[in-house]
Write a protein that binds this ligand. Structure first.
Ligand code: ADP
Ligand code: ZN
Ligand code: ZN
Length: 717
């Protein structure tokens, strides 16, 4: 029996809430950040070395099988970020590591040697005369002509020949030079507010978060570009985070035009494992200067990181909703703190969290109040719906405004945040509503493919002919979705092109790009769509924006709904119009007197946002307090209740626990769901109390009868 005093502590890449000990290799301790293959259960797993520590008493520890890296794959600051992410979000460290690494590394593949280029060796030069193979010949010729070749620039057919030449000693590796930066000047004369913002941001040193509040189209991107330029020219690197994959191509184009295509790369989940790994490794070696990426790009290693930009920082997509519930925006702040670099959060409609941090003096703030190029902000007006006849959810005045806009040669954008034909199918005779058999939710009618679908669990069925309750064939829709809007509009405007922009209509990234290209043609057209329309793309020929179902955001059980409504309206509004053709925004509502809508009429974000923030403070809700939600689900409701009651009883003093409360969606995919809310005065206090609490929960017998998870700083309910 081998009893060690000092053991290797490793995290297995899996959601296991504990650390495992293995024997220290005979060659000596391994540094933290090195991957190893270890025997685990009856097989073997890839794991990350966290350091050395005491051995578990009285247990025989096993030897590791292989060491996969010669040096740590992440630098100490990123290792600390990962440790922070696990502790702050109360999540298994091994799963946090797994999320932070590209899939290929998680699976144990070696780090590719991006730096290496190859040149002809003396033996290779000698061989040049006698080699016969066509490929081998072509390769040696290429090496001879170019002097040096990188595998990445080599045509794929020649790569095996290169491997062969290396094996025979004909080609040898040399470190390739880092391609030179080719900056071009901004095509614009920066307006005064842009200049002021760039001056402040360029002067920032060390950890200094700044909220850049700029109305849509005010030229925030131009500010990022010009702020980063001197950092990049001085050899630094930059990280730019965006909420959506669909936003990366546009931004990538602008950065590549300014700094050269070889220096800038995207990193997102739409890429293949190999592509992600190559980009990741090139960033780690300093060969890429700017990484533009979505959530998990916050972990990309950048040895000369000079600045972080988080664009559209208010966007809830920065929060991961499955597995490890981290906020990439908040971890970006933490990363900037750990790396001691400046960070800019940009948005036209900042989150109340960030505005609160400005109020507390934690973030600096900069404003861009004017649209660049002289464009005007659209005028906002309300369309009261009470006692108005509706056609597929559209009022007469809104349809009239559409007709007038199209007749003037302009485009219309109608926003409705509901996919499908109708959010429910109803029996006209007995009132029966078709529900998902596995969720506490109505099925969505998708008329195009004659199906009912659940948007929560993926259940779907053929459109029924009759009511199962009374047999009637009079089945009608309740409410409207984007499909129905499209139909109504096609009937009313048969000669106008209509583009539906939602997840059903768009499959793949190119689809959205295609629509954007078509719409840019500047001919009369109608765009109908969901949230996707509020993100990033500009539609300059749109002069009328209609918000179809404003009230959906006013009366929701989610305390963030009014904030989202405000952000969405101003974001959608901001996508429209240009200098010579200002836009207008019409909001259909049954509640025109609602204070939030009245505040919105001013077209400004700050005043209504400040009012909403004051309401949160008064109600003791985030960001005035820190909140975590403990969610539990099981097939039997009694088990969920028993666990949550047991959990509530174990809450440490100072942690304010309320519940159990049924979740907003009480049953999903056959699981009964409920939750506890846990609050504390500050995030630091919450973190401390939660870790005590979770340890107690692990030991609770009822915990093994349910599936449970904790969501710190939850954004959706
Ligand atoms: P934002 O990121 O704030 O939405 P962008 O940087 O994308 O704004 O700028 C909006 C539009 O205005 C873009 O087409 C951009 O090229 C243009 N633009 C930016 N700055 C200027 C400027 N100083 N003068 C003229 N046009 C500008
Ligand atoms: Zn019926
Ligand atoms: Zn369902």
């Amino acid at each position: 029996m081998k009893l060690e005093t000092s053991c290797l502590q490793v995290a297995i890449f899996a959601p296991l809430r504990r650390i495992f000990s293995y024997a220290c290799p005979a060659s000596g301790p391994l540094p933290a950040g090195v991957r190893v293959r270890v025997p685990f259960a009856s097989g073997s797993r890839i794991a990350m070395v966290l350091g050395m520590g005491p051995c578990p008493p009285g247990v025989e520890v096993k030897d590791i099988q292989t060491v996969l890296d010669s040096t740590p794959i992440l630098d100490p600051a990123l290792q600390r970020l990962i440790a922070f992410g696990a502790a702050y979000y109360q999540h298994a460290i091994g799963d946090v590591w797994a999320t932070a690494l590209p899939a290929a590394l998680r699976k144990g593949q070696p780090l590719p040697d991006i730096a290496a280029s190859y040149q002809l060796s003396a033996a290779g030069r000698a061989a040049l005369q006698r080699v016969r193979g066509k490929r081998q010949r072509a390769l040696l010729d290429a090496l001879q002509t170019d002097g040096m070749l990188a595998p990445t620039t080599l045509e794929a057919g020649l790569r095996p020949a290169l491997r062969e030449a290396v094996r025979r000693g004909w080609a040898q590796a040399v470190a390739a030079p880092i391609p030179a930066l080719r900056c071009s000047d901004s095509p614009f004369h920066l307006h005064q507010e842009q200049q002021a913002a760039v001056a402040v941001l360029r002067a920032a040193e060390g950890f200094s978060p700044v909220l850049l509040q700029g109305v849509t189209g005010s030229g925030k991107t131009e500010v990022y570009l010009e702020t980063l330029r001197p950092h990049l020219e001085a050899g630094g690197q930059a990280l730019v985070l965006v909420p959506e994959i669909s936003l990366t191509p546009q931004l990538l184009d602008r950065f590549a035009q300014r700094f050269g295509g070889e220096q800038v790369a995207a990193l997102h989940s739409g890429q293949s494992d190999g592509e992600r790994l190559r980009t990741w490794a090139a960033a780690r070696e300093g060969r890429l200067r700017v990484i533009i990426g979505t959530r998990s790009a916050v972990f990309v290693p950048l040895p000369r990181l000079a600045m972080i930009v988080v664009d559209e920082e208010h966007d809830p997509s920065f929060k991961q909703q499955t597995g490890w519930h981290y906020s990439a925006r908040d971890l970006a702040i933490q990363r900037a703190r750990l790396e001691g670099c400046p960070i800019v959060l940009g948005s036209a409609t900042p989150s109340l969290e960030s505005l609160h941090n400005v109020d507390l003096g934690r973030y600096g703030t900069l404003h861009l109040r004017q649209r660049a190029g002289g464009a005007q902000a659209p005028a906002i007006a309300l369309l009261p719906l009470r006692r108005q006849g509706l056609q597929g959810g559209l009022s007469g005045p809104l349809l009239g405004a559409c007709a007038a806009t199209l007749a003037a040669g302009n485009q219309v954008l109608l926003f409705l945040n509901r996919r499908g034909y109708a959010p429910a199918l109803l029996c006209h005779d007995c009132g029966h509503v078709f529900h998902c058999p596995r969720c506490a939710a109505a099925l969505i009618w998708h008329r195009r493919d004659a199906r009912l679908r659940c948007h929560h669990c993926g259940h779907e069925e053929r459109l029924p002919r009759n009511c199962p309750q009374c047999g009637s064939a009079a089945l009608i829709s309740a409410g409207q979705g984007t499909e129905q809007l499209e139909d109504v509009l096609r009937e009313r405007f048969p000669d106008t092109p209509i583009w539906r922009v939602d997840r059903d209509a768009l499959r793949g990234r190119e689809a959205l790009e295609n629509v954007v290209r078509e719409v840019r043609r500047d001919e009369p057209a109608i765009l109908v769509g969901t949230q996707i329309l509020a993100k990033g793309h500009h539609f300059p020929a749109v002069t009328l924006v209609g918000i179809v179902n404003t009230d959906q955001g006013l009366f929701s059980a989610d305390f963030r709904a009014p904030e989202r409504l405000l952000q969405t309206v101003l974001q959608v509004a901001g996508r429209a119009g240009r200098a010579e053709r200002p836009g207008r925004v019409l909001l259909q509502t049954h509640h025109p007197e609602h204070p939030l809508l009245q505040a919105l009429l001013q077209g400004d974000y700050s005043a209504p946002a400040a009012a909403l923030l004051a309401e949160r403070v008064a109600a003791g809700l985030p960001p005035a307090t820190a909140l975590a939600v403990l969610r539990a689900e099981a097939h039997q409701r009694s088990r969920v209740e028993a666990f949550l009651q047991g959990a509530a009883a174990l809450a440490p003093a100072g942690l304010e626990v309320s519940g159990p409360l049924p979740s907003l969606l009480e049953r999903r995919a056959g699981f009964e769901r409920a939750e506890l809310w846990a609050q504390a005065g500050t995030r630091a206090v919450l973190q401390r109390l939660l870790s005590t609490w979770l340890q107690a929960l692990e030991a609770l017998p009822q915990a093994r009868q349910v599936r449970w998870q904790i969501d710190v700083d939850p954004l959706s309910f």
